[in-house]
Write a protein that binds this ligand. Structure first.
Ligand SMILES: [Zn+2]
Length: 79
């Protein structure tokens, strides 16, 4: 009996990148790079992906907390 891990793949390889907003399935158009100084070292980079519709919501969410470092077009972010 062999085990498979088809349900455990954590790779984002061929999966379409989608918006990080909960329950949003829209393709990512923006990458929001952020860091929470309380829990992350300064060189740590967290990334949220956002569609056009939720870019404002997510960037404001991070912005008001002082977490947002930069917002770049997803195409540029990948390249
Ligand atoms: Zn979205």
């Amino acid at each position: 009996m062999s085990e498979t891990d088809t349900n455990h793949t954590d790779s984002t390889g061929d999966e379409p990148a989608t918006c990080s907003r909960r329950e949003c399935q829209a393709p990512a158009a923006w990458a929001l790079v952020w860091n929470n100084p309380k829990v992350h070292t300064p060189d740590r980079r967290k990334t949220w992906l956002a569609c056009d519709e939720h870019r404002g919501y997510l960037s404001e969410f991070l912005g008001v907390r002082g977490f947002l470092l930069e917002c770049v077009p997803f195409a540029d972010f990948k390249g």
